[in-house]
Design a binder for this molecule. Structure first.
Ligand code: C5P
Length: 216
C-alpha cells in the first residue's frame, strides 16, 4: 500500500511521515531529500543548474539511500549538507526542471515497487502515485509553520526572526505552487489535514486512523 503525504514546507510532513512509517513498520521516502541530494552533487561538480540533460543523467546515476534519518548518496552521509541554505537554493532550479521531474518520477516509482510505503513531497499524490490508496495533504497556517521552522532552526543553532522565516516561506510557497510541472497542490482525492493546534503525536494518530480506514 502507498500513502502519499504532500504539503508546504513547515507543515510537519517529514516528522509525520517518518513517525507514521515507523508505527506501521513501512518504508519512508523523503522526495525533497532526493531533489536536495541531486542539487548538492551538481553544485559540488560545478554543473550548470540549467543543464537539464546533465542533471537527468546525474539523478539517474546516483544511489540515494535512506537509513533512519540519514540520507546517503553513493554511500556518503549527506544528511547535514543537503539542508544548508546554499543547497536549499540550488534545489529550486533542479526541482523546477520538467526533465528532472520526469526522471525523479521514474526513480521514485522504481524505489516504491512492491513496498508498503509512506512517501512525502509536493507532487506524490497528484503526479507520481496517482493510484495511491491514501493521499493526504498536510498543511498549517503560515504563522504556525513559521514558528515551527524557527524552532527547528534554533535547535540547529541558527537564530532567525519569525518575520524573516515568514518571508522566506512565502517565497518558497510561491515557487512550489507556480512551477510549471509538478506544482504543489492537493490531489483531487486527497484528504486535507490542517495541523494548527495539533501536536505531532495527534497528527500521527490521525494518519494511522486514516490508513486503518483505507485498509478495511
Ligand atoms: O521538502 P523539502 O524542503 O526538503 O524539499 C526541497 C525542495 O524540493 C523544495 O524546493 C521543494 O519544492 C522540492 N520538492 C519538489 N517535489 C517533491 C519534493 C520536494 O519539487 N516531491
Amino acid at each position: 500500500m502507498i500513502v502519499t503525504l504532500d504539503g508546504p514546507a513547515g507543515a510537519g510532513k517529514s516528522s509525520a511521515a517518518r513517525a507514521l512509517a515507523s508505527r506501521l513498520g513501512w518504508c519512508h521516502l523523503d522526495t525533497g531529500a532526493m531533489y536536495r541530494a541531486v542539487a548538492l552533487v551538481a553544485v559540488e561538480r560545478g554543473m550548470p543548474l540549467d543543464d537539464a540533460e546533465r542533471l537527468v543523467a546525474l539523478a539517474e546515476s546516483l544511489a540515494i539511500e535512506f537509513q533512519g534519518e540519514r540520507v546517503l548518496v553513493d554511500g556518503r552521509d549527506v544528511s547535514g549538507e543537503i539542508r544548508t541554505e546554499r543547497v536549499t537554493q540550488a534545489t529550486r532550479p533542479v526541482a523546477d526542471s520538467p526533465p528532472v521531474r520526469e526522471a525523479m518520477k521514474r526513480i521514485q516509482r522504481r524505489l516504491a515497487a512492491g513496498l508498503d510505503l509512506v512517501t512525502e513531497g509536493r507532487d506524490q499524490g497528484s503526479v507520481v502515485f496517482p493510484l495511491a490508496e491514501l493521499k493526504v495533504y498536510l498543511t498549517a497556517s503560515p504563522e504556525e509553520r513559521a514558528r515551527r521552522r524557527q524552532r527547528e532552526e534554533q535547535a540547529r543553532g541558527v537564530a532567525m526572526s519569525v518575520n524573516d522565516v515568514l518571508q522566506a516561506q512565502a517565497r518558497r510557497d510561491e515557487g512550489d505552487r507556480n512551477r510549471p510541472v509538478g506544482a504543489m497542490r492537493p490531489a483531487d482525492d486527497a484528504v486535507i489535514l490542517e495541523t494548527d493546534g495539533l501536536s505531532a503525536a495527534e497528527v500521527v494518530d490521525r494518519l494511522v486512523r486514516l490508513v486503518e480506514e483505507r485498509r478495511r
